[in-house]
Ligand binder design. Structure first.
Ligand SMILES: Nc1ncnc2c1ncn2[C@@H]1O[C@H](COP(=O)(O)OP(=O)(O)OP(=O)(O)O)[C@@H](O)[C@H]1O
Ligand SMILES: [Mg+2]
Length: 248
């Protein structure tokens, strides 16, 4: 049997910022295959090209050279509009800084991607409510970001990322602004989305115990993938075998 077509295939990807003497090569030949349902953590020193790679993966930017196939489609050849359409259909994004609109309710924040898609108000409200419930925020629909904790704000951002039912969740340091307890709650949520819905997750993190939620850990250095490893398995609090009571 042939192996399945990778969801994502990067071949010899480079990215150069700037021109002439000021040019800087942030990616220097990246090869990566990601299968549907995979959970990949990306680690590496500051400036090694992790966010650059995430921007390319999420079709927010284009490589300087190399090939990117998404579901077999050579997306490096698409027009700006075609890329934007694919991005809205297949990708959800979560960032370190949450990126919620201030003075805007949780429900409205989560509805935003559906407004861009031109969906009707009734369907939007329904989908946004369901997504907020999925991240444990039923009842918080009318709160603005200022009225929510950091962990709750990141849950709203995750609800916004999944409300369009994306195939891929791209998360750039999603726990970077959260304390340890909140970080593990957010990671448990992301892991559940991966396990129960098959959402493919690519996540940048600086912390090994956050990367340990993934199935693969890819290490960047100087614009290249230096090595890949399988993280040590985590104790699963949900199986009831872990010592110590862990709240919901
Ligand atoms: N828009 C840009 N213009 C010019 N140089 C850039 C741009 N974006 C990133 N760079 C440079 O490319 C290199 C890689 O940046 P990138 O943001 O991908 O690093 P990173 O691995 O995400 O680092 P960090 O862990 O600090 O977030 C850095 O040297 C950075 O200064
Ligand atoms: Mg970065």
């Amino acid at each position: 049997m042939n192996p399945p077509v990778p969801l994502i295939q990067l071949r010899r990807i480079t990215k150069t910022y700037g021109q002439g003497a000021a040019a800087f090569q942030a990616l220097r030949g990246v090869d990566l295959d990601v299968q549907p349902g995979d959970f990949v953590a990306i680690m590496g020193p500051s400036g090694s090209g992790k966010s650059t790679a995430m921007n390319l993966l999420g079709l927010l930017d284009t490589p300087s050279s190399g090939e990117y196939r998404f579901q077999g489609v050579p997306v490096h050849t698409l027009s700006r509009d075609e890329r934007a359409r694919l991005r809205r259909r297949y990708f959800g994004f979560v960032f370190q800084g949450f990126h919620l609109l201030p003075r805007t309710t949780a429900l409205e924040n989560v509805e935003l991607p559906l407004i861009y898609r031109g969906e009707r108000a009734r369907e939007r409200h329904q989908a946004a409510r369901a997504a907020l419930a999925d991240v444990g925020l039923a009842g918080w629909e009318s709160h603005t970001p200022a009225e929510l904790s950091g962990g709750q704000q990141q849950r709203v951002a995750i609800a916004r990322a999944i409300v369009t039912r994306p195939q891929v969740l791209l998360a750039d340091e999603p726990t970077g602004n959260l304390d340890s307890q909140r970080s593990h709650e957010i990671m448990t949520l992301i892991q559940q989305l991966n396990a129960t819905r098959g959402i493919t997750v690519l996540m940048v993190t600086h912390e090994a115990d956050i990367a340990a939620y993934a199935r693969r850990v890819v290490h960047f250095r100087d614009g290249r993938i230096e090595r890949e490893e399988v993280p040590a398995p985590r104790a699963q609090p949900s199986t009831g075998t872990a010592a110590g009571g862990e709240g919901a």
